[in-house]
Write a protein that binds this ligand. Sequence first.
Ligand code: TGC
Ligand code: FAD
Length: 387
Amino acid sequence: MPISAPDYYFLDELYTEEELLVRQTVRDFTDSEVLPIIEDAYQKGIFPMHLAQKLADLGLFGITIDEKYGGAGANYTCYGLAMQELERGDSGVRSFASVQNSLVMFPINQYGSEEIKMKWLPKLARAEAIGCFGLTEPDFGSNPGGMVTNAKKIDGGYLLNGAKMWITNGTLADLAVVWAKLDGVVTGFLVEKGMKGFTAPEMHGKHSLRASVTSELIFDDVEIPDGNRLNINGLKGPLSCLTRARYGIQYGVIGAAMSVYESSLDYSKSRIQFGKPIAGFQIVQEKLVWMLTEITKAQLVAWRLGRLMDEGRATPQQVSFAKRNNVDIAIQAARISRDIHGANGILGEYPVMRHAANLESVRTYEGTHDIHTLILGNDITGISAFE
Ligand code: TGC
Ligand code: FAD
């Protein structure tokens, strides 16, 4: 069933016509293509792969990338609003688009040679190639600087060894952007499906983000040609990609929060207990008002951050602020919503348990809630908790 979205503070007036058109287009797509099939995909634990081509046809891969490379050439606000509408459907669908845009096309566009850009970006934009981003390792999650995956220079290229874990789209991907140490310094490589020694087995048993593929990446003496190295040295390479993806997430989770809020409002007005709708009880009203208030505040943070991104003024710490806050309010809204739905809240007939479970992953990936607290703590005190 299509759902509306709250705009309590008339924030639509802050967006341009083009931005609202992008949002409406993606909203219609989610209503017609995602919501009818997502519960089934989630229960089966599969990503609905037919959506990839449809997302590409809407211009949702390479949203901020120049049209010369097949991108849409739109601004970061459009990107954020598109992520919001996809995540109103499911965090797994938004994840798929986040990875393609911010973690694969962004680093290729930013750090790839012209030849690499022309080879890969148009294919990625058209969904003829799907990408993934390998930073996390089994023993290095919050602390990626400790990674042990490494490359050695050989004649004509590099020899890559190591393993990555928890990689979204890994098994599906034609191309992996992989971060490894070369002479002790982190740098990026493009690893192509089919390269000898490269495998990407899927991870199973997830109770969260079930409509998304999560994989290991294993590199056993994989030979990478010279041309497949990205022109960036240091942890700032992968972290700069994370800044873009975290930005998309802080917009995206508002979509999940809107979904659970709208479902709670509808449900509480129609569920009768003690002779009246539960929406008529003060405690339930307080829960609905909390959700609406926090969603509205999150919408304001997202809008402002979008403008700062478009002006090139957003700091990584401001992005951390928004990722930390907006994911936190979304997950709290999902838990409250599950409560308001009573026993029905655990059924797939309503979107709330799926969103609640998904948001557990979103709270952890792209920097955990606590890591973003420490990034902000460092920014305001000047004292790093990591040293
Ligand atoms: P630190 O010394 O703080 O920084 C190293 C260098 O990087 C620069 N930098 C950034 N640059 C751009 N954007 C950012 N956000 C940046 N943050 C830091 C920094 O200025 C420095 O530059 P330079 O020139 O001095 O070398 O590094 P640290 O080792 O102390 O690490 C700090 C910490 C903990 C904040 C960082 O490592 C971190 O963010 N950890 C969290 C790891 C994480 O978020 N992993 C995400 C993996 S990808 C993923 O989850 C995808 S989910 C996809 C989906 O399905 O949607
Ligand atoms: P850990 O780093 O072991 O943290 C465990 C706990 O300790 C957390 O609560 C954390 O906040 C806390 N902690 C750690 N260090 C500190 C500290 N200094 N101070 C206080 N508390 C601390 N990664 C990729 O590279 N690519 C992907 O596409 C990708 N997709 C993912 C998809 C899913 C579904 C999931 C769940 C994860 C994905 N990840 C991906 C990995 C994700 O980024 C990591 O899980 C995340 O960075 C946290 O690392 P960790 O799980 O090893 O937790």
